[in-house]
Design a protein around this ligand. Structure first.
Ligand code: BGC
Length: 462
């Protein structure tokens, strides 16, 4: 189909229901934001708590923070299997169970082990969600709004993180855990009214249901038969089941390598280490209330992730990744210089503290504009439908495993390489991510998922 046919058919579409389904599904990423943000206000409380059975020492506190990523890596594997077997919609609804039971175990904890189990379960749910929701949205959306809707995933993650930070100002860790169980509960309820994606239904041979789902999403006047045929054509070309020999197909291995690299680079920028470290930096800069400082970091993230979502389908993915990578490279370099100068001085200097604050602000802004939302978005766009589950699982597993390695070893890295060295390492990874983007990442803006597939298969270079 020519671009003109696309243009014509898009004019007849109503997007209201599509937005509604997106809104219901992003309660998932919001829940996972709450899980990520939860440890920040909870840990300081739990290290000082009266009840000695629940009190965390430093080592236990770092496990309490990072074990979520282990659960999430596992969740990626389970999620990849679930989306293929039971579909996108039901997988998403089922995520609510480990979310809520995880928080319930934390609320009822009698010892530190129960905390760990609760954190692993909520992490598991986060991992499944981080796989299912981008796939669910990109398979329902059309190319005019897919970037914006896909970016809402990260937007809701950071809103959730900020929600947990904010809640932590007013509530103790138990009440906060109760509140964190609300978004996943709503997720389950609202998702039960939403459709399965047309692409999944077609891959299962359920054509009538797929047309119905498209009709729901596109409104009464849209040419759903035409769109259905277009998706079917792509499904037919691929065959239906993933086999290992598919890895020889450039239409499979090229996007897979790109997806994995995007995830590695996202985490090697040091985002989670820096968010974790933000409170200390603010303390050194003589901010009285370092918990308020986290809220500020959270707010910067929300605002700029929102900006990224709005401009995603106009600016395109590549430009934003490059701007983002450059901003992060500059700010982590400056951060390294800050630590280096601090190590030379006998006493901390006020001006230097401001340099650190500015570096954090630029870093978070940069991350929010590109490397935060885009890896998740591009992951959901580049895989052919038959390998989407497996390939996304590999990406999610990579992302959370590296997140674990970075957050758990950050302190050791600082001891080994010095603080300056660690941040310069992050800086060099950011320079690499810019080069990688320029050379290897294809622009997916404005293309249908089927066109994106065709580019990979037809291209000689990625
Ligand atoms: C990343 C997480 C990170 C979060 C912060 C996500 O895209 O995958 O590791 O904690 O952004 O905003």
């Amino acid at each position: 189909p020519s671009l003109n046919t696309n243009q014509y058919s898009l004019d007849y579409m109503k997007n209201r229901k599509l937005y509604l389904a997106t809104l219901a599904s992003v309660l998932g990423p919001m829940s996972f934001g709450f899980v990520l943000g939860y440890s920040s206000p909870a840990i300081p409380e739990l290290t000082k708590i009266e009840d000695s059975r629940l009190r965390l020492d430093d080592n236990q506190a770092s496990w309490f923070g990072s074990i979520v990523t282990v659960g999430a890596a596992l969740g990626g594997l389970i999620g990849g299997w679930m989306v293929e077997k039971i579909g996108r919609k039901v997988s998403l609804m089922l995520c609510a169970l480990p979310f809520v039971s995880g928080f319930t175990i934390i609320i009822a904890a009698q010892n530190v082990w129960m905390f760990y189990v609760g954190r692993i379960l909520t992490g598991l749910a986060s991992g499944i969600t981080s796989l299912v929701v981008p796939v669910y949205i990109s398979e329902m959306a059309h190319e005019k709004v897919r970037g914006t809707l896909g970016s809402c995933v990260q937007l809701m993650v950071v809103i959730g993180i900020m929600g947990a930070y904010l809640g932590g100002l007013f509530m103790d860790w138990r009440w906060l855990a109760i509140c964190c169980s609300i978004p996943p509960t709503l997720l389950m309820v609202f998702m039960s009214f939403m459709p399965e994606t047309p692409r999944f239904l077609l891959s299962q041979g359920k054509r009538r249901e797929a047309v119905e789902s498209l009709r729901f999403l596109r409104g009464p006047d849209a040419p759903v038969e035409w769109e259905c045929a277009r998706i079917e054509e792509a499904c037919d070309e691929q065959g239906s089941k993933f086999q290992l020999s598919d890895l020889k197909d450039p239409g499979v291995y090229k996007p897979l390598v790109i997806g994995i690299m995007l995830m590695i680079f996202q985490q090697m920028s040091g985002i989670n280490a820096i968010m974790f470290y933000a409170e200390n930096i603010f303390e050194q800069a003589h901010f009285k209330q370092s918990d308020l400082a986290s809220v500020i970091v959270g707010l910067i993230q929300v605002v700029f992730t929102g900006v990224a979502a709005l401009i995603m389908d106009k600016a395109g993915r590549k430009v934003l990744l490059i701007i983002s990578g450059v901003a992060m490279a500059i700010s982590t370099t400056a951060f390294g210089v800050y630590f280096y100068l601090m190590s030379l001085l006998p006493e901390p200097h006020g001006d230097l503290a401001w340099m650190a604050l500015a570096s954090i602000a630029v870093f978070i802004t940069g991350f929010a504009l590109g490397w935060g939302p885009i890896p998740w978005l591009v992951m959901s766009e580049i895989f052919p439908v038959k390998v989407r589950g497996v390939a996304s699982a590999v990406c999610v597993l990579t992302n959370w495993s590296i997140a674990f390695v970075v957050t758990k070893n950050f302190q050791d890295m600082m001891n080994l390489l010095t603080s300056a060295g660690t941040f310069w390492l992050f800086a060099s990874m950011c320079i690499l991510n810019v080069i990688f983007t320029m050379v290897f990442v294809p622009e997916t803006k404005g293309k249908t998922l089927e066109q994106i597939e065709a580019t990979f298969r037809g291209m000689s270079g990625p």
